[in-house]
Design a protein around this ligand. Structure first.
Ligand SMILES: C[S@@+](CC[C@H](N)C(=O)[O-])C[C@H]1O[C@@H](n2cnc3c(N)ncnc32)[C@H](O)[C@@H]1O
Length: 359
């Protein structure tokens, strides 16, 4: 590995650069190309370090490309440039199944570039079918990719189309470009539901029947709905109205408590909190203080906590949080800007066990 390219979501390139500079040193960053504001690159020995350390720590990188190859714009229309066909030759030399991920970087709300990237992928596949049928027989659609599947990533930026070959298990996110789209449930009252579903997917675990949940900032009820449909017992804390049923057919139950969530403590008789969920619209420092208290009191097992970001420079807000979480014995955690997050990031964590009853 000589080169690694990190892709931020549109408009989060500065946040990613700031984060990367904190982790690995600003002097190691490859200078910014003004045409690619949402791309951060490392070359040489630092690329390997980023590769080793970044997988579980990067917050603002949606996806990454190892040893990317640039096909300049003039050449990047269909049929695929010979540069890209080199990738097919590498794949043809192996025996693994393979798939194609296409996406575009840095053009918020513009469908055009993603469409162009998709067309490059289609052209690549058509060429493969025609010229290397044995390799084409090993192609699988992205959803059917396993951990060992090779992924031919094509990322379109203003400089052209970058391609890279990686194993699916080595991607930062298994979805093309990190666009970790979750299916909506028509019973959910709002799109916030997608954030918690994505968090469960990223954590690799979801709540089970009978688990006890405190959901702070619960209105109108997207997160509470996600828990209750899995049969959980939910305390939904918010002064705002809930737009979901108190009881779900799965056996899940939601009790709405119209109180402030910041200093909230569960009522007597609530013997444990399997999940703390928090999506309150409050300053990051308030969320940090609250999470510290809950962890300090040892009264939770898992948490999904959303932190609303300041308009500028999120890293100085996130660094102390990360340092604190790292200092908690027995805590496994991730901080990520999820695909369904807006100007926010999500903290996901699991303590070894519920340590004691909350006073
Ligand atoms: C983004 S919404 C939450 C959406 C919710 N997670 C869902 O899935 O429906 C933020 C919520 O935080 C609530 N909130 C803000 N400050 C709060 C506080 N101090 N205590 C409790 N709730 C608060 C607001 O009333 C608002 O409903």
């Amino acid at each position: 590995m000589k080169d690694i390219m990190l892709m931020a979501r549109a408009e989060y390139g500065d946040a990613l650069r700031e984060e990367a500079a904190r982790r690995w040193g600003a002097e190691l960053l490859t200078p910014v190309d003004p045409d690619e504001p949402d791309v951060v690159r490392f070359s040489g020995s630092s690329a390997l370090r980023v590769w080793r350390e970044g997988r579980d720590s990067l917050i603002f990188a949606a996806q990454w490309l190892a040893d990317p190859v640039l096909v300049p714009p003039a050449k990047s229309g269909a049929p695929p440039d010979p540069g890209m066909l080199e990738g097919l030759a590498v794949l043809a030399g192996g025996t693994a199944s393979w798939t194609v991920h296409t996406f575009a970087s840095g053009r918020k709300g513009e469908p055009g570039p993603s469409k162009t990237a998709g067309m490059l992928g289609d052209a690549l596949l058509a060429t493969c079918a025609e010229r290397v049928p044995d390799l084409y027989a090993r192609y699988v659609p992205p959803r059917q990719a396993g951990a060992d599947t090779k992924v031919f990533q094509i990322c379109l930026t203003s400089r052209g189309a970058w391609w890279s070959l990686m194993q699916a298990r080595d991607l930062l996110d298994r979805f093309p470009g990190g666009e970790h789209r979750m299916p909506f449930d028509s019973g959910a009252p709002c799109r916030s539901y997608l954030k918690i579903e994505e968090a469960f997917d990223v954590m690799g675990c979801s709540p089970g029947r009978g688990e006890k949940v405190v959901d702070l900032g619960a209105s109108p009820g997207g997160w509470s709905y996600a828990f209750s449909k899995r049969g959980c017992d939910v305390l939904a804390v918010d002064r705002g109205p809930m737009k979901i049923e108190d009881r779900h057919s799965s056996g899940g139950r939601v009790r709405h408590m119209r109180v402030d969530g910041i200093g909230f403590r569960p009522p007597p008789g609530w013997d444990r909190t399997d999940w703390l969920a928090c999506d309150m619209l409050v300053a990051p420092g308030v969320t940090f203080g609250l999470l510290r208290r809950w962890i300090g009191e040892g009264a939770l097992h898992r948490f999904v906590v959303n932190v609303k970001l300041p308009q500028e420079q999120p890293d100085p807000v996130l660094e102390p949080l990360e340092t604190y979480l790292r200092s908690v014995p027995g805590l496994r955690f991730r901080i990520r800007q999820l695909y369904h997050d807006r100007r926010e990031v999500t903290l996901m964590g699991e303590l070894g066990r519920v340590r004691k009853k909350q006073k």
